[in-house]
Write a protein that binds this ligand. Structure first.
Ligand code: SF4
Length: 216
């Protein structure tokens, strides 16, 4: 009998928990592999674990996680309905951005998570993961507000919840709009939208195995 997605994700998690493929293994308390439903329609991708995530081994805990949960609830989703992961699985010291060699070392885990879960929608939170997955230098303020065609599914970039917590009410309202796009994409109510800046949108690919994640 073939392995279920949950079993395959479990094996991948076990590999990540023992991973020492980059220097970020040296300072971590926990590997933050990812969390949520193996059948999720939505995979949410952040940048890297922060202090609380590193302490607990769970992505998006603390105030940012609470706001994320609230925004999900507003579109009828609970955290258990989605899957949440980061681009890199171990905390960079001082919360600096992950370095290119660390991303390269770690990208196979996210690629496999996306291949196994095969969601309808990928949501990138904040500048870092949005720019990386869409292969663009355009910032999140201009990227957001659109659902992009991305490897046979939709990708919805939006602000990181931390930006809404320290920003204006406008940021939160923009996030609410972006989350409405997630709902529309799940329900199949999204008109196909082309990227106004073609450099940011990879062509749709039929085989998730070949996801060119992060390639420049
Ligand atoms: S960040 Fe990724 S590649 Fe680096 S040690 Fe952690 S799991 Fe391994």
């Amino acid at each position: 009998m073939s392995e279920t997605v949950a079993e395959q994700l479990g094996a991948l998690r076990a590999a990540a928990l023992a991973c020492t493929a980059c220097r970020l293994s040296e300072g971590r308390t926990h590997v933050v592999f990812g969390d949520g439903s193996p059948d999720a329609d939505v995979v949410i991708v952040g940048e890297a674990p922060g202090r609380r995530e590193d302490e607990q081994g769970v992505p998006f805990v603390g105030p940012s996680g609470k706001l994320l949960d609230r925004l999900l609830a507003e579109i009828g989703l609970e955290r258990d309905d989605v899957y949440i992961a980061n681009v890199v699985k171990c905390r960079p010291p001082g919360n600096r951005d992950p370095r290119p060699d660390e991303i390269e070392a770690c990208k196979g885990y996210l690629r496999e998570q996306l291949r196994l879960i095969d969601p309808k929608v990928v949501v990138t939170l904040g500048n870092f993961s949005s720019k990386l997955l869409l292969k663009t230098d355009t910032g999140i303020t201009r990227l957001r507000g659109t659902a992009y065609e991305w490897w046979g599914r939709h990708l919805v970039p939006t602000f990181h919840p931390a930006a809404a917590l320290r920003g204006s009410a406008r940021v939160l309202e923009d996030m609410r709009y972006d989350f409405s796009l997630i709902r529309d994409a799940i329900d199949g109510n999204l008109a196909s939208q082309d990227d106004p800046e073609p450099e940011t949108t990879p062509a749709s690919g039929p085989d998730p195995e070949q996801l060119g994640l992060f390639g420049r």
